[in-house]
Design a protein around this ligand. Structure first.
Ligand SMILES: [Cu+2]
Length: 184
């Protein structure tokens, strides 16, 4: 009778490990190409509330900058935690990588505010949308591991394998504990 709570606890822990691994998301990377006088983004639909890595390459002959701001404003960089979201003085041929998280869904733009560049067309609008609700941990009344994820993400099989591996390890530990308890 004493083995039942152990088994339930193990199943719960296994389920939590599995769910937390399955909900881990691949980082989002956007390639931004600056030229004289354009801003191009590899993706203009981005998640809100997730860290986004912008790999900015200046393919132009002039020095440019990249400012993240609300769509339609002029040189009012978005401030997140007191830091203006801008990358200045990107030399011709240089690549700069920044990681920014836009907390809210909305319409934004990447623009260059070196004098005259914005007016010449150096801006690109994009949209952020709230991510789908993250999967919640299995409630305590139902400690069975969650069903297979339906995300279809390329990495999900790896997470399933890792989750199962963790579960097997926990079961082995639980077995050893149960054996020890039986001997005592
Ligand atoms: Cu510029």
């Amino acid at each position: 009778v004493k083995r039942l709570p152990v088994g339930a606890t193990l199943a719960l822990i296994g389920g939590l490990v599995y769910v937390s691994l399955a909900s881990a998301k691949a980082p989002v990377t956007v390639n931004v190409t600056l030229s004289d006088f354009k801003v191009e983004m590899s993706n203009v639909n981005l998640p809100a509330g997730a860290a986004i890595t912008y790999v900015i390459t200046n393919n132009g002959k002039l020095t440019h900058e990249m400012v993240l701001e609300k769509e339609g404003v002029v040189d009012e960089p978005l401030e997140i935690n007191g830091a203006a979201q801008e990358a200045e003085d990107i030399e011709p041929g240089a690549t700069r990588t920044v990681e920014w998280t836009i907390p809210e869904a909305g319409k934004y733009q990447l623009a260059c505010h070196v004098e005259g560049h914005y007016e010449a067309g150096m801006k690109t609008a994009f949209t952020t949308t709230a991510a789908a609700a993250a999967p919640t941990a299995a409630p305590a009344t139902n400690p069975a591991p969650a069903t297979m994820p339906k995300t279809g993400e390329s990495g999900s099989l790896m997470w399933v394998a890792l989750g199962l591996l963790g579960l097997v390890g926990l079961l082995a530990i639980g077995g050893a504990l149960a054996l020890r308890r039986r001997k005592a």
